[in-house]
Design a protein around this ligand. Structure first.
Ligand code: FES
Length: 166
């Protein structure tokens, strides 16, 4: 979504935003959940989305920019339908995270921060996702963990995702 004319929450998301705002003492405090809504709605946080959120919340655009750039979990460029965030912190590394990253790279021919040409997959290496006991692991699209990964299981996961029609 790069077209600034199209940057506007849907009616449903706007309603969620109003409910979110009501739960927080200040607009600043509601910024993080609002940015999550924005990422869900637009897929990533473009400069236009930053501006939209700043205007919507009556916050300085510089403040919104500072928050978006501080937190790694906000995508600042378009990502694929399937976002693979592989933890490469020490515990995951000790249990084979490098092999997992290599397997994904080999299978999809993309590197860290890249998206496949068909827009299906994005690979990112990230810091600890608090699942060290089941290392190595990855997070799929911010909402599902795949743990105790092996080269075989991650390859199977990619194949399953690639063949999903929904
Ligand atoms: S080190 Fe990978 S989840 Fe904590």
């Amino acid at each position: 979504m790069a077209d600034s004319r199209a940057v506007k929450f849907s009616t449903e998301t706007l309603k969620e935003y109003e409910q979110t705002l009501a739960r927080y003492p200040t607009r600043q405090a509601a910024l993080l959940p609002t940015l999550w809504l924005a990422m869900r709605e637009f897929g990533w946080i473009s400069p236009q989305v930053e501006q939209y959120v700043a205007t919507l919340m009556s916050l300085p655009p510089s403040h919104v920019r500072a928050v978006v750039t501080f937190y790694e979990m906000f995508h600042r460029k378009p990502v694929g339908r399937w976002h693979l965030a592989v933890c490469t912190n020490l515990p995951c590394r000790l249990r084979g995270a490098d092999r997992i990253v290599r397997a994904i790279r080999d299978r999809l021919q993309i590197d860290h921060g890249q998206t496949t040409g068909d827009g299906m997959f994005t690979l990112e290496t990230v810091q600890c996702l608090a699942s060290c006991g089941s290392a190595p692991m990855l997070q799929l699209n911010q909402d599902a963990y795949y743990e105790n990964l092996t080269v075989e299981s991650v390859t199977k996961l990619i194949d399953e995702l690639a063949s999903r029609a929904d």
